[in-house]
Write a protein that binds this ligand. Structure first.
Ligand code: SAM
Ligand code: SF4
Length: 337
């Protein structure tokens, strides 16, 4: 029996390296209400809506993924909350048999109004991006954001009782590398997980990203110099990209996502669906498989399932940043972080 026919029969997805792929990140749009310096060029042109997956198409592809054992979905973008009908979409995804967790990564700007309806309709977890506690720096990084909107969004999530609240901070030299201790300090009082992410290079913004990257070791040293030693939190799940630590007496956790200096490809369980319907096999590699064309050409469920499983099997081992290979085809906002 061929590898492919074996793949079609299985109800779990594995790649050629034996990694169990059960986590799909779905980009709902490449558009955004911010323009973060590390994510997209200021003058970016967003794709026309017709070229993006429609709600029914997303649901079909999530059903395909779920039939192959995917149980966790993260909605991302671009900014997922700017998609019209986001609440109904969350509800519909959550109802798909096999889907246990629906999470979202968002800049938080619209969460003040959306947190409650999202949670009431099935959202299980939320990661909110916040790169500085200084309103001026926040605006400089996001090129237009109002920090108070994010705070209102975080408060709205807290009111729903959803835990844990995870805050993402991309550390960018010259923009917020001096702010990391202030962000880590939030974990002293709050049971939040503040995660520091190394800047990753993509496409047209790669030169900027490579020159401004701050290694996690440097971020960590800066936090420890200000706030005391960070102690590893036992029981780290090797599939979670963030390595967890705790400050003395802290209620929350400080995490480091060191994709550039300490890759974690071995434990990767993720696949990504881009807003224009491509299955992206690795965040930092250009390998993609088109699902939109077969979907719109009327491919049946079994065919989509086969294409999906075959693509997943070909997931590359990991990124090749050390070999100076940078994914060129898209910006981060066009992939879904
Ligand atoms: N708009 C949402 C947000 O900002 O949270 C979701 C999409 S964004 C692309 C997902 C995550 O990727 C965010 O935490 C963002 O800070 C991060 N990100 C964006 N560009 C990045 C880059 N070049 N390197 C590392 N992380 C990046
Ligand atoms: Fe928008 Fe998120 Fe990219 Fe910032 S990181 S520009 S909020 S998609």
């Amino acid at each position: 029996m061929s590898v492919i026919s074996l793949l079609e029969r299985r109800d779990t997805l594995h790649d050629a390296y034996g990694r169990h792929l059960h986590y799909l990140r779905v980009s709902l749009t490449d558009a955004c209400n911010l323009r973060c310096v590390y994510c997209m060029p200021e003058n970016i042109v967003f794709r026309p809506a017709a070229s993006l997956l429609q709600d029914d198409e997303i649901l079909t592809l999530v059903q395909v993924a779920a039939s192959l054992g995917v149980d966790k979905i993260r909605l991302t973008g671009g900014e997922p909350t700017v998609r019209r009908g986001i609440v109904a979409l969350v509800r519909a995804i959550k109802m798909i048999p096999g889907i246990k967790t629906v999470a979202m990564t968002t800049n938080g700007i619209k969460l003040a109004e959306l947190a409650r309806p999202l949670v009431e309709n099935g959202l299980d977890a939320v990661n909110i991006s916040i790169d500085s506690l200084d309103p001026e720096k926040f605006r400089r990084i996001t090129r237009r954001g109002n920090l108070d909107d994010v705070w209102r969004g975080i408060a709205a999530v807290e009111e729903t009782g959803l835990t844990p609240i995870k805050l993402n901070c991309v550390v960018t030299r010259g923009f917020n590398d001096e702010d990391v201790a202030d962000l880590a300090r939030l974990t002293l009082e709050h049971p939040w997980e503040v995660r520091f992410i190394e800047l990753m290079p993509f496409g047209g913004t790669a030169d900027f990203q490579q020159s401004q990257v701050v290694p996690s070791a440097e971020t960590r040293a800066r936090i420890e110099a200000a706030l005391g030693p960070l102690t590893p939190v036992p029981g780290h799940n090797g599939h979670d990209p963030a390595r967890p630590y705790r400050l003395p007496g802290a209620r929350g956790i400080v995490g480091f996502i060191s994709s550039v200096t300490e890759p974690f490809c071995e434990g990767c369980t993720r696949l990504r669906l881009t807003a224009d319907g491509k299955l992206r096999l690795c965040l930092l590699r250009d390998d993609e498989v088109d699902l939109l064309t077969p979907l719109r050409s009327g491919a049946d469920f079994a065919t989509l399932r086969r294409i999906f499983a075959e693509a997943a099997y070909r997931k590359p081992w990991g990124h090749r940043l050390e070999q100076h290979e940078i994914a060129q085809s898209r910006e981060m906002s066009q992939i879904g972080g």
